[in-house]
Structure formats: C-alpha cells, structure tokens
Design a protein around this ligand. Structure first.
Ligand code: BES
Ligand code: MN
Ligand code: MN
Length: 462
C-alpha cells in the first residue's frame, strides 16, 4: 500500500504547481472589482475536488459569493468529516511593500523556511491550507485508503464576515450533517513545535464618525472656538483604555471567563521567547493589559484596537484646516462567553455617552462573531493529536489563538459538532500583510498529517 510520504514525494511538484495556479487568481472578496476572479476561483476549486475524488461537487449559489460543496460518501455507517476552508483572500495592499507581486507566486527561501516558501496573497490564509485537504483527499481516494465519509464546504466570503455561509448553513443542516469539522486556517507554534488551536477569539468591528461644524473651517479663524472632530475623536479613543490598559467600557468584562491558576500555568508551559518576539517585530518592549503575559494578552484576554483613522488634510504640504468630520475603524477581539452583539451595543452606548458637547457621534457596527474553545478530550482532538504524533514525532501543544473565525461558533450551534483546528501556518508567515507566504515544508507536512487524522478519527469512533 502506498504511503502518504511516498505519494507526496512522487507528486510534490504537481502539488506545488496546482497551488501556484490557484494563487494566481486574485479572489479578493472585499473589492467588487474582483468579482469575476472570486467566482472563477470557486470553479477552479470545484474542478479540483472532482479530480481529487469527490462523487458530487456543486457550486451553491448564495446571496453573495458561491460556496463550493463536495462530498464522497462511502458508507453511511462510517463517520463523516466536514472540511471547511475559504478561497477568498484579503486585499494585498500596500502593494509597494511586496518584494514580488501578490498574485505572481514565487518560491523563495527564508530564515524560517530554508526549504522555500510560496510568496503570494492567500498562500497561507487560506488557499494553501485549504488545498492541503484537497490533496490529502486525492491521496486517500487514489490509493483506496479513505476510511470514512468526507464533505467539503469552501466559501468565498470569510475575509468579509461569512454572511452567506451563515445563510447556507442554516438552510442545509441535513446536507452538512457530520461527526467532526476539520479546518486548517490557523497556525502552529513552530515547525518543530506542533500545536493544535483550541480557541479563537470573537470579534466586534465598528466604524465611528464624529461630526463637528457643518463644513471644514479655517483653523486660524475658528481654531480654539469650536470642537475639532479629530481632536475629539482621538481623545475619546484614548479614553477607552485606562492607565493599566484595561478597557473602560462599562460592562465590557462582565462575562469574560476567568482562567484558573492551573489553566494559566498550563498555558505558560508553551515554549515562547519574548526576546525573539520583540526581535521579529523590531520593538524594544511589549505592551498590553497589566497582569497578563504576552501570550495571555493575545489569546485569553479581550482587546480593543483602532484599525484605521482618518480625517482632515493628509496631502502634501500643509493646509490650515479644521475638518468637519473624523472617522475611525475599531476592532474588539472577544473571548468565549462575551457575546459580540452585546459588546457592540455596550461600545455604542458608551462611545455616544462620552462625546463632548459640540460634536455628533455615529457608531456603525460592521460584522462580528463569537469566540470559540474546543475541548482537548474530544475524539476529534485525540485523533488530531495522534496524527501530529505520527508525522512530527511529538505530541502537539494545545494553544488558544488570538485570531477569529466567527463561523466556527455558528457551526457548533447549527450543526452540533466540534471543530478541530489543524493549522500549519506560522505567525511569521505574514497573513493579511505584504509578503504573505507559506512554507513548502508546512504545505507538504499538512498534506501528510491530514490522512492520519481521518484514520484515527475513524478508529476512535468505532
Ligand atoms: N484565518 C484567519 C483567522 C486566524 C488566523 C485565526 C490565524 C487564528 C490564527 C481568518 O481568515 C481571518 O483573517 N479572520 C478575521 C476575521 C474575519 C471576520 C474577517 C480576523 O481574525 O481578523
Ligand atoms: Mn483565514
Ligand atoms: Mn484572514
């Protein structure tokens, strides 16, 4: 029987070429100018699933971008794995910071990926990681080693809030029935320190607008006599954290789960070098909420960050002006038990209440979602753990991540199954940033590890 290792050895170049072709299509869901490319990507995924051995594959139309659904059902008495991933990508800008164009993939070696990494938007998040599952399926079907049923659901709106996926899941519960959901859209600690993501943060994303006078004013004639919306907005934003970097919105922490000392001690065992962390980001100190470590601050604690702020004159030279309006986009990362809609409302009430006289404030919610934690004693977790032991020769470390995949909480609610997050990216892979890349080793290691998950999950389910 052909092993996955020898299969990869034989087909490695094709696996890379196929991914490179997929990465060439700019499937940017946030920008409607790329609509045709997003739709074309769905078609390419459909074909790839057919070739990999799915019995039926459909392009499911939704109010937004299509969802590619494929399945191979071998025996209704066997367990069913539902694979989720996304084929849309983040906008690539700022373009001038890329060392090679974002949709012309190239393989280059880096310090962390001496065997090469594929540089392209979406290489790690999530086309590369999603495609590992397609290739793992190909191996299992072509060598007659698929041990259970499999369903694929690949969406095109993850980077813009998965609206249509929520719509689709609510309407297709039977079709999507499964025993475990498997996702590769997160990371691991390092190539020699495998980890399984056991938590995701929730998200509330809002946009605020502060309006002062009804028109832009001469900053000499009016300066000092009317509220300047930019001055006001920055002061309001600054007041959202206190001197200990706690968030000041009343009620914000009410439902935050507190981890026991044991749980925190367990977390602190994960290998982490503050020196390397600072060095990688070229910062001389870390920053954050008093009383928590860096790893706690970016995983088990909620945060509030301005993602963008604008207003007034930003062109060349100087223009003496008091702008009529100022704006900001703000994200709050939430932890399990914090309801994103409640938090959005708390933010809105508070932000409006701190506006001084002389300005009007508008708060517009964008999207959001709930956080998620998955237990380490489920069949799925155990199967994943054994799979990593098999291919990395080490037991993976459970790790809560700071990122968000809001749809995961919805899967649990609607489909009543646990999600296992087998991510093979690294934090240094620069997802959402210029020069996003995905290690060739990581890509192939993912393809190697996934079939073992199927095998162990099926065995443990019997
Ligand atoms: N794949 C990421 C989320 C992620 C990355 C989680 C690494 C854990 C580790 C996903 O594509 C993403 O970017 N999610 C967004 C939220 C979404 C609603 C736009 C995020 O976390 O900002
Ligand atoms: Mn992603
Ligand atoms: Mn993303």
């Amino acid at each position: 029987m052909q092993t996955i290792q020898s299969y990869i050895q034989k087909h490695k170049q094709r696996f890379l070429d196929e991914l490179v072709d997929l990465l060439k299509i700019p499937s940017i869901s946030a920008d409607s100018a790329y609509k045709n490319d997003v739709i074309k990507t769905a078609d390419v995924i459909k074909e790839s699933l057919e070739k990999a051995g799915c019995d039926t594959v459909e392009i499911c139309e939704t109010p937004g971008y299509p969802i590619v659904y494929g399945e191979k059902i071998i025996d209704s008495n066997l367990p069913t794995v539902l694979v989720y991933g996304h084929y849309d990508v983040q906008p690539p800008d700022p373009l001038d910071l890329w060392t090679s164009p974002p949709f012309e993939p190239v393989i280059k070696a880096t310090d962390i990926h001496p065997e090469g990494a594929i540089f392209a938007r979406g290489s790690c998040d999530d086309k590369g990681q999603m495609y590992m599952h397609v290739k793992a399926l190909e191996y299992m079907t072509k060598t007659h080693q698929l041990p259970c049923n499999v369903k694929f659901m690949i969406e095109g709106e993850e980077e813009v809030g998965s609206k249509s996926l929520g719509w689709f899941v609510e309407r297709n519960q039977d079709k999507l029935a499964n025993d475990v959901i498997l996702i590769s859209d997160t990371g691991m600690i390092a190539n020699d320190i495998p980890s399984i993501t056991t938590g995701l943060r929730g998200l509330s994303y809002v946009e605020v607008e502060v309006t002062g006078p009804n028109r832009d004013l001469h900053s000499g004639l009016y300066g000092g006599a009317v509220a300047n919306p930019i001055n006001v907005l920055t002061k309001m934003i600054a007041s959202l954290h206190d001197e200990n970097n706690h968030i000041t919105i009343p009620g914000f922490y009410d439902t935050v789960e507190t981890l026991s000392a044991e749980e925190r001690a367990e977390m602190a065992k994960a290998p982490f070098s503050l020196e390397n962390y600072k060095k990688a980001l070229d910062i001389d100190a870390v920053y954050g909420e008093e009383g928590y470590s860096t790893n706690e601050r970016n995983s088990i604690r909620p945060t509030l960050d301005v993602n963008g702020i604008w207003g007034g004159y930003t062109g060349e030279g100087a223009k003496t002006v008091i702008a009529s309006k100022a704006y900001a986009k703000i994200s709050m990362r939430l932890v399990p038990n914090q309801d994103w809609e409640t938090i959005t409302q708390l933010f809105k009430t508070h932000f409006e209440s701190i506006a001084p006289k002389g300005v009007k404030v508008k708060v517009a919610p964008h999207h959001g979602g709930q956080g998620y934690v998955t237990p380490t004693n489920s069949l799925g977790y155990k199967a994943a753990s054994k799979a990593y032991e098999q291919t990395f020769g080490k037991t993976p470390i459970p790790q809560r991540s700071g990122g968000s995949i809001p749809i995961v909480a919805l899967f649990e609610k609607e489909l009543k199954s646990k999600t296992i997050l087998m991510g093979f990216g690294l934090n240094s892979d620069a997802i959402h940033s210029p020069n996003e890349h995905f290690g060739v080793w990581n890509y192939l290691k993912g393809i190697e590890t996934i079939p073992w998950f199927y095998k162990y999950f099926t065995e443990l389910s019997q």
